[in-house]
Design a protein around this ligand. Structure first.
Ligand SMILES: O=C(O)CCC(=O)/C=C/C=C(\O)C(=O)O
Ligand SMILES: [Fe+2]
Length: 311
């Protein structure tokens, strides 16, 4: 078994916004470097930790994390739709191994995933079905949030399982973060219509999806012009989090409270839970070295945009 990691921000605005040319080029260069890293590693299996944005998981039943034994991408924000190549028996073994380590893991025999899970696969492999993928949903948008130490333990349990997979080259992916506050509706401030979508908004009609997406695109334009009432990006917070990931001292985040995370870094900063899970899994397979570290605050994407690779 060998193991490597790519953690990266995602953004629904990647195809819908125009950051300054040098910023866009820097992001593309970071993607290209990560692609080379992954091509060289040539994984036989991907374990993908990703959030969802009310496309697959709803308040009707919201687990803190969930392993998919099958996964279907919904194709939001122009991301690829279709079915992942999930090795179901291996996904079942992973879920059982995590549960055996005293971490209650939900399972789905048909998980729906959105741009949060799909974007890294498309960027790194060009196609969501290019490699075998076990998808692990990590709630990063729907309060209440599991303590960070619990995410670390879940990631550690996944890593201990991964370490037993002789003959596999396993790529761990963490998708989301860093500081950002895109207009994902929240229950306490949602309209009645939004609450209905948060509760059970599976497969919205095309015009409803279009309206949701337009709202995000318009907010990004306003934010880049300094006119949106959302939280600022927080490069200092992002640097501190990236430092912790690089150091391997992941217990440092054990005491971070969800309220403080949102206050400091925006409501979607909770997506860094996917990074924490992936780095915890990597650490459980042995020590690691960071290979690539990229960061830019990009208002046009409403994102403190980061990417790290390690092995
Ligand atoms: O479309 C919706 O209703 C919710 C908005 C949404 O999906 C925004 C997503 C933003 C990110 O994934 C992000 O910036 O991390
Ligand atoms: Fe997101």
């Amino acid at each position: 078994m060998s193991v490597a990691l790519v953690c990266m921000s995602h953004s629904p605005l990647l195809e819908f916004a125009d950051p300054p040319a040098d910023v866009g080029a820097a992001v593309e260069d970071a993607f290209a470097q990560a692609r080379t890293f992954v091509e060289d590693f040539d994984p036989t299996l991907v374990v993908s930790f990703a959030p969802d944005h009310y496309n697959g998981f709803f308040y009707e039943l919201m687990p803190p994390f969930c392993v998919g034994f099958e996964a279907v991408a919904v194709g939001d924000y122009g991301s690829q739709a279709g079915t992942l190549d999930v090795p179901a028996a291996l996904a079942e073994d992973l879920a059982q191994a995590v549960i055996d380590r005293d971490v209650d893991m939900a399972i789905s025999r048909r998980m729906r995933i959105d741009h949060g899970a799909v974007q890294p696969l498309e960027i790194l492999f060009g196609d969501i079905a290019a490699r075998r993928v076990v998808p692990v949903f990590v709630n990063g948008v729907a309060a209440p949030f599991t303590p960070m130490r619990r995410i670390r333990r879940m990631g550690t349990a996944v890593g201990e399982f991964v370490a037993t997979l002789s003959g596999e080259r396993v790529l761990l992916i963490g998708s989301g973060g860093l500081s950002h506050d895109p207009p994902v509706p929240r229950w306490e401030t949602a309209t009645d219509r939004q609450r209905a979508d948060l509760l059970d908004g599976r497969d919205p009609a095309p015009d409803a999806r279009e309206a949701r997406q337009r709202r995000v695109i318009e907010t990004a334009r306003a934010f880049a012009a300094g006119e949106a009432g959302i939280r600022d990006l927080n490069p200092e917070w992002d640097a501190a989090f990236l430092d912790i990931c690089a150091s391997g001292d992941l217990e440092e985040v054990d005491g971070w409270s969800p309220a403080r995370m949102a206050e400091d870094a925006g409501n979607s900063a909770h997506e860094v839970r996917t990074w924490l899970a992936a780095f915890s899994a990597l650490r459980a397979c042995g020590g690691y070295d960071v290979v690539q570290r990229f960061y830019r605050p990009i208002p046009e994407l409403i994102a403190g945009f980061g990417l790290m690779t390690a092995r």
